[in-house]
Design a protein around this ligand. Structure first.
Ligand code: FES
Length: 124
């Protein structure tokens, strides 16, 4: 990824929009490189008081994690869960702790806050 692409930040929601237990989904303006040219989607949520954002793509098969809008947590509300084969991911760093992609991790997106707006950018 070039320096220009790496510095592209994209606004996704306002800080006030992001409530506890709520997931805001978004499409990234940048498309992936190489063979995967589909627009990427992601999600942002509060992990305690800390905003976290990941690509909405399971490291197992590359599909989106959720089968319903805004539903990403397991039934115990402890881990992010892939709805396809049930992999569980730690909300804090995206590490898969159970399931077919155990030891792999979700792709975290950098987050910054400009005034009241949260922005993300693709990982390099
Ligand atoms: S596609 Fe997510 S666990 Fe298989």
């Amino acid at each position: 990824m070039s320096d220009t692409q790496a510095s592209q930040w994209q606004p996704v929601c306002s800080m006030q929009t992001l409530q506890a237990s709520q997931f805001v989904e978004f499409s990234l303006a940048t498309v992936a490189q190489g063979e995967d040219t589909l627009p990427l989607t992601g999600f942002i949520f509060l992990d305690g008081a800390t905003p976290r954002a990941y690509l909405n793509r399971c490291p197992h098969m590359g599909v989106e994690l959720n089968w319903m809008p805004g539903r990403f947590m397991d039934s115990d509300n402890l881990f992010l869960q892939c709805s396809t084969h049930g992999a569980l991911f730690k909300p804090g760093d995206g590490e898969c702790i159970a399931g077919p992609c155990q030891g792999d991790a979700l792709s975290a997106l950098d987050i910054r806050q400009t005034e009241e707006t949260l922005e993300v950018r693709l990982p390099e």
